[in-house]
Design a binder for this molecule. Sequence first.
Ligand SMILES: Nc1ncnc2c1ncn2[C@@H]1O[C@H](COP(=O)(O)OP(=O)(O)O)[C@@H](O)[C@H]1O
Ligand SMILES: N[C@@H](CCOP(=O)(O)O)C(=O)O
Length: 292
Amino acid sequence: MVTVRAPATSANLGSGFDVFGLALARPADVIHVEKAAETTITVEGIGSQYVPEDPRKNTVGAVAEALDAPASITIDKGVRPSSGLGSSAASAAGAAVALDALYGRETDPEELVRIAAKGEAVVSGEAHADNVAPAILGGFTIATPEGITSMETSLSLVACLPDIVVSTRDARAVVPSELSLDDLVGTVGAAATLTAGVARNDPELVGRGMADGVVTPTRAALIDGYDAVSKAATAAGATGVTVSGAGPTVLAVCQDGTREAVASAMIDAFAEHGVDSRAYQTSVGRGAEVFV
Ligand SMILES: Nc1ncnc2c1ncn2[C@@H]1O[C@H](COP(=O)(O)OP(=O)(O)O)[C@@H](O)[C@H]1O
Ligand SMILES: N[C@@H](CCOP(=O)(O)O)C(=O)O
């Protein structure tokens, strides 16, 4: 048997829609795989009742098929489904790494990212790699059709998950299909600022570079209390706040020493809007790893 821990991830980071991604130190899924004549999937853990065990409907089934690596697979969900924390991607990435190890393939990690992205297509209709790239490679990743660039970085983060469900498929439907030249210039400037901040481990630059007036406002409208949560996090010491992935998780980048205050400010602000939430105080993490 091979067991892999695969991290939650936060995609987009505001200005990098479908391109930027960050691996989080916590939470994570744990995937166990054993060789079998055909693929079967068992799902346990947080939100497991919402995750299909049919291999044709689970991201992990598509990965096993793409790798031609049939297995008996158990997924222990630590990342809640439909959270904006790359839940479906954590399982896909974990399965890709686990099945590769189980069958001794030693596949190039970038190829594993492409295979895990096929799992994402099962859920959202598109093989976007912005969650599976950091889930496999760790750190900050830039995923484009031409390839993946990954960078190590150190940032203090809060991922606040409200008790709301937003499916990635639905949240993709509200994204505008066109943008103005002014918006393009703003987005390029922000994305470049964010990348410089990542390279310098600078939370001020990363926070400033998360600004986005194109995609984020359309998704924020699906999250009760988003504006209040964003303001409360900023007042408590966040340098930037955005929708994590397709939402509903709200991600805050924090100045050193403010993470605890930011987390409780976000929970309180959601509560004032009648929404229960849970805040993960976290940091930038590693990619999926075999640990047994
Ligand atoms: N292994 C998996 N883990 C989590 N969700 C999965 C998995 N396979 C399929 N799904 C489906 O994917 C959807 C959640 O994925 P998605 O909407 O992208 O949310 P998230 O932002 O958490 O990744 C749910 O409908 C769930 O049933
Ligand atoms: N770029 C995608 C990312 C979806 O991330 P998830 O964590 O919500 O699955 C998008 O924004 O649609």
